[in-house]
Design a protein around this ligand. Structure first.
Ligand SMILES: [Zn+2]
Length: 340
């Protein structure tokens, strides 16, 4: 099969990779309908994460089941499925508490490299969720978004306790931040402030339900959030970047007693203890347990209630994956869908 590999920072190539095979009786093989490039794939592209040579890339996926192992019971050949970027048994205590991304048996799908035509999914029963029937082609981008960016934005909003009567601020205008806006609104937040300086992203944030836009960032951004909330700060702030600046912007935009949901993959973030102590904010986050939300998100997508697939503003054939990385790196594209 064809699949994207990264040789070094800034160097992605689509090559022949071995077809995945069932390795355990709980595995499934999925023929991918579409895959995509994640903001987190830009960390190694930019040299912020180490690259083993050559590394298969990608951890987001939707598609049709080709093959299942003997012990797979809930997923069958022909099902159209969505899965998370971490596999989960969905039976251990951590999973049952809703933290499937930290399952005691979690395995990162990034190791399989889903920017490819096929992927092996371990623990298929606990990881994959089938859609009700075959989805229309126009739903595929939204279902693909559910695999990571929507699920992650949703978790950010839940971790920040977005809900009725709340003012929610979102730090970060990548796909996750934009979908956190959508999630906060769907969860009933009264006011959703998107923090973005980029006009096309501001527009999409408004489409997803943002009520206000703040273009300032860092401490200036936090000061603007305080101005907009009677000096208090937001009840809920979603951090969707993962840098020191964005994390402090999130903490400083939150009122005492409020909640920060942090879902940007942390890179070099160090929290000052004394400031944290006196901030009085709740911090919760981490790799999103997307599996927890998938049944509900799939249902909302299939009923045409939400259109998270709008974050894909560039579509390329898989063979041109490198172009997609460049477009996202240069912020010419919010998120790139790769047709397999
Ligand atoms: Zn588990």
């Amino acid at each position: 099969m064809r699949g994207a590999v990264m040789h070094a920072p800034g160097y992605v190539e689509v090559v022949d990779r071995p077809d995945p095979k069932l390795l355990a009786p709980t595995d499934a093989i999925v023929r991918l309908s579409a895959t995509c490039i994640c903001g987190s794939d830009l960390w190694p592209w930019r040299g912020a994460d180490q690259v083993r040579d050559p590394t298969p890339m990608g951890h987001e996926y939707v598609g049709t089941i080709e093959q299942v192992g003997d012990e797979v019971t809930t997923i069958k050949v022909g099902d159209f499925v969505v899965g998370s970027f971490f596999t989960s048994d969905n039976t251990c205590e951590i999973c049952r508490a809703g933290y499937q991304s930290r399952c005691t048996n979690a395995y990162p799908m990034g190791n399989e490299g889903t920017q490819a035509e096929y992927a092996r999914v371990p623990m298929a029963d606990g990881t994959l969720v089938a859609t009700p029937g075959q989805p229309d082609a126009d739903l595929v981008p939204s279902l693909l978004a559910a695999s990571d960016v929507l699920g992650t934005g949703w978790f950010g909003a839940v971790a920040a306790e977005a809900g009725p009567g709340k003012t929610v601020a979102v730090v970060g205008d990548g796909a996750v931040g934009l979908l956190a806006v959508l999630a906060a609104r769907q969860l009933g937040a009264e006011r959703v402030i998107a923090m973005s300086r980029h006009e096309p992203r501001q527009k999409l944030a408004l489409e997803f339900g943002a009520t206000d836009i703040v273009a300032e960032r860092g401490d200036e951004g936090a000061a603007r959030i305080k101005d907009l909330t009677g000096g208090y700060g937001a009840h809920s702030v979603i951090e969707a970047v993962g840098t020191q600046e964005s994390m402090m912007q999130a903490v400083r935009s939150t009122r005492p007693g409020g909640h920060v949901g942090y879902v940007g993959v942390s890179h070099g973030v160090e929290l000052p203890g004394k400031e944290l102590f006196f901030s009085g904010v709740h911090l919760h986050g981490g790799p999103a347990p997307v599996r927890r939300f998938l049944p509900e998100l799939i249902q909302q997508i299939c009923e045409h209630k939400i259109y998270p697939g709008k974050v894909f503003d560039l579509e390329l054939p898989l063979e041109r994956a490198a172009e997609g990385y460049r477009a996202m790196d240069e912020r010419r594209a919010i998120k790139v869908l790769l047709r397999t």
